[in-house]
Structures are given as structure tokens and as C-alpha cells.
Design a protein around this ligand. Structure first.
Ligand code: ADP
Length: 406
């Protein structure tokens, strides 16, 4: 049996996303999502050959139930023996990991230690690793960290203006997230310019439910808008992004909010949802726009776009020369309106949209949306799963060549 597939797993606290990918060509044989884990609503959706099946999970409705059901499907489809490795998305690698890592007990202990600074993500990621290692016991497992790509940022980008000992003793600094996505699209952009990976200067805007901007110089991240947590920077679907920290004191001291309430407010009830009062979903807001000058769906998108443009403009300070701007993520890849509004603020940087091209590049297409007199601006669909599979494969090939694994 030809073992040519990697299983990519992204495990959250109540969900598991998975894809079975050929790391050479990025072809996805099967993918899916288990949701609402730990509740009796738990279900799993599996997509294969343009066909989607959804099944209810059985008790105890947990990650193990989801992986067991996936394994049954993989066996039925005679795919299980084609898997030669598992690549895991891990959110936080702290300052320890700037590269993919073969998972062993030390790596797991570090991921566990880093839950101090990533309490929402690392425990779930580690849980997924343990379940998958038990199920796929005889193949290597590799961790790909969301923060790793940003470990090349210089201190001027990652140190906050607070007492330095908080960085030294407690690791409070900018880490940056969405690294796998920014890395992938910047490599694709370099390829389009016929440049080697380590020779492109780009600003990349990942606009999905979470949103971040990264400055990439010579193929390396040199600054990014998300910070110590994914709450900093751009306004997002439900997250506030940057705001005056004084608002938090005011909410707590004057308005009686608890810290838990503030956390919920800034992470889950703000951003597009908070301003529009309707939805965090860009599509729904575009449909809800009315000519009324008080239309809050429109206001939410105007603010979202202006703040994205301001952040892009501020990141231009990181460059002496810039090859172009990349839009990616669900909004960046699909919303003609947001792309047009963002670029309308960036004429000083010589970004000008070509309306016809902008209309055509959507739904998974890659292409230039800038006019012929403009600095280049591309839409490049992200593919974090493929990047995880590719990096897993590269690490294993490197280790085999060095005799580290057989
Ligand atoms: P996540 O960060 O969860 O991976 P995505 O990258 O899938 O999210 O992005 C989700 C966002 O993309 C949502 O706001 C959604 O409305 C938006 N989006 C998806 N398709 C379109 C579209 N055709 N037009 C406008 N926005 C879209």
C-alpha cells in the first residue's frame, strides 16, 4: 500500500477539524469537522468526493468519540493504511518553537507549560494530540505552531511599552498568530513573482473571523498585528481588536462589569457583531446594508475596512521596498466590497483597485486586483491544512535524511 497521505488535525475545546492531504500536491482526499463536542448535540461532518455526510456522535460525545468515528470511515474507505503521519495545528509555541516539531514527551510538556499564556487553545490542542497518538500509535506526529512563523520578529516589534521584567519573567510580549496562513500566502506570492521563498517583501492581510496583518520581509515575519493574545490589532468578527485599555478599567470600576464579563464582551460580543448588532458574518452584513444613513451594518463594514487600511499603512513603516499586498481569509478572498473600501484608503501608498478584476477574483480564485498603475495587490486563498501537511512532510524527510528517524 502506497503511504502518501498526511492526516491534519486542528483540535479546539469543543471541535476537531481534520483533512487527509497529499503533501506533494495538496490534494485533499477527505475532510471534515466534529462540533459541539462534550454535549449531546455533538456531530461529525465528513466531506469526500463532493459528498458530505453528517452523523450524530454517540456517548460520551467527546474528542475520542469523534476520532473513533473518523477511523471507522477511514477503514471503510481503505484510507487508513495510506496515512504515514499526523500534523497537528498547535496555537502557541511561545519563544521555544520557531519550527515544526516532531512530537515527543518534551514537546508535549512544553505545549502544556505554555497553557499559562494560551489557556484557551493549548490544552485543547494537547488533548487532541494525546487522543490521536493513542489512535494512530505507530506513525510520527508533528506539531505546527501558529506563532512559529512570527518568531523572527525583532524586539522593536514584539516588546510592549510596559516594564521590561514582565517580558523577562512572564513572557508578556507580542507573539502574533495566523502564522501558518501568512507564511503560506507569502510563499505563494513569491512564487507568482518568480522569486525564491526568502526573497519577497509583502504585507499580508488575513481577514476571516479572526483578522491579522503581517509584515513579511525576505520571506520572514517582521511584525504582526495580533499580540500576546489574538485579541489585539484589527477589528474582527466578534473581537474588538485594539482599544484604549482605560475602557477596561471604566467597565469594571464604574459600570460594574466583572473581568469575566469584559473578557466575554471583547472576545465574543464586539467587532462586526458589536457594532452592527446583527451578525459577525460579513456576508450577512453586506446583505443587510440599507440606504439609511444610520445603517449600522454599513457602519460596521466601514469601520472594519478603515481600521484594516490604517493597520496596513502603519506596517509600511517596516519596509524600504514593498512587492505588494495580499488579501486572504474568508473576507479577504471573497468580499469585493471590503477589498474596495480598504484599498480606497491606501492611495498614498499607491494601491489602486481595478474594479473589473476585483469582481472576478472570488470563491477560491487567485489573482491580481490592482490596476496597472498600482502597486501590486493580490487575492490568494489560504490553505493552512496544506501548509501543515507540507511542513510535516518536510520535517520528516529532513529527519530521515539525517538518520534521526527510520
Ligand atoms: P475563520 O477565521 O473561522 O477560518 P473564514 O476565513 O472562513 O473564518 O472567514 C469567515 C468570514 O468570511 C465571515 O465573515 C464570512 O462572512 C466571510 N465570507 C465568506 N464568504 C464570503 C463572501 N462570499 N462574501 C463576503 N464575505 C464572505
Amino acid at each position: 500500500m502506497n503511504k502518501n497521505l498526511i492526516l491534519v488535525i486542528n483540535c479546539g475545546s469543543s471541535s476537531v477539524k481534520f483533512s487527509l492531504i497529499n503533501p506533494e500536491d495538496g490534494k485533499t482526499t477527505l475532510s471534515g469537522l466534529a462540533e459541539c463536542l462534550s454535549s449531546s448535540q455533538a456531530s461529525i461532518k465528513i466531506n469526500q468526493k463532493n459528498n458530505a455526510i453528517t452523523k450524530k456522535l454517540t456517548s460520551p460525545y467527546d474528542h475520542q468519540s469523534a476520532i473513533s468515528l473518523l477511523v471507522n470511515v477511514l477503514k471503510q474507505e481503505q484510507l487508513i493504511d495510506k496515512i504515514f503521519a499526523v500534523g497537528h495545528r498547535v496555537v502557541h509555541g511561545g519563544e521555544t518553537y520557531s519550527e515544526p516539531m516532531l512530537i515527543n514527551d518534551d514537546v508535549k510538556a512544553t505545549i502544556n507549560r505554555l497553557k499559562q499564556i494560551a489557556p484557551l487553545h493549548n490544552p485543547a490542542n494537547l488533548f487532541g494530540i494525546n487522543v490521536a497518538q493513542t489512535t494512530f500509535a505507530n506513525i510520527p506526529h508533528v506539531a505546527i505552531f501558529d506563532t512559529a512563523f512570527h518568531q523572527t520578529m525583532p524586539k522593536q516589534s514584539f516588546i510592549y511599552g510596559i516594564p521590561y521584567h514582565l517580558y523577562q519573567k512572564h513572557g508578556i510580549r507580542r507573539y502574533g498568530f495566523h502564522g501558518t496562513s501568512h507564511h503560506f500566502v507569502s510563499q505563494q506570492a513569491a512564487k507568482m513573482l518568480n522569486k525564491p521563498h526568502n526573497n519577497g517583501n509583502f504585507i499580508s492581510a488575513h481577514l476571516g473571523n479572526g483578522c491579522s496583518i503581517t509584515a513579511i520581509k525576505d520571506g520572514k515575519s517582521i511584525d504582526s498585528s495580533m499580540g500576546f493574545t489574538p485579541l489585539e490589532g484589527l477589528m474582527m468578527g466578534t473581537r474588538s481588536g485594539d482599544l484604549d485599555p482605560g475602557i477596561i478599567f471604566h467597565l469594571v470600576e464604574q459600570l460594574g462589569y466583572s473581568l469575566k464579563d469584559v473578557n466575554e464582551l471583547l472576545n465574543k460580543k464586539s467587532g462586526l457583531l458589536g457594532i452592527s448588532g446583527i451578525s459577525n458574518d460579513c456576508r450577512e452584513l453586506e446583505q443587510a446594508i440599507t440606504p439609511d444613513k444610520n445603517c449600522r451594518s454599513k457602519l460596521a463594514l466601514i469601520i472594519f475596512s478603515y481600521r484594516t487600511a490604517k493597520s496596513i499603512a502603519s506596517f509600511s513603516a517596516a519596509f524600504e521596498q514593498l512587492d505588494g499586498l495580499i488579501f486572504t481569509g474568508g473576507i479577504g478572498e471573497n468580499s469585493m466590497l471590503v477589498r474596495e473600501m480598504v484599498l480606497s484608503h491606501l492611495s498614498l501608498l499607491n494601491f489602486k483597485i481595478d474594479a473589473e478584476k476585483n469582481k472576478k477574483i472570488r470563491f477560491g480564485k487567485t489573482g491580481l486586483i490592482s490596476s496597472s498603475h498600482s502597486r501590486d495587490c493580490w487575492v490568494i486563498p489560504t490553505n493552512e491544512e496544506f501548509m501543515i501537511a507540507k511542513q510535516t512532510n518536510e520535517l520528516l524527510a529532513h529527519n530521515i535524511n539525517n538518520g534521526e528517524i527510520s
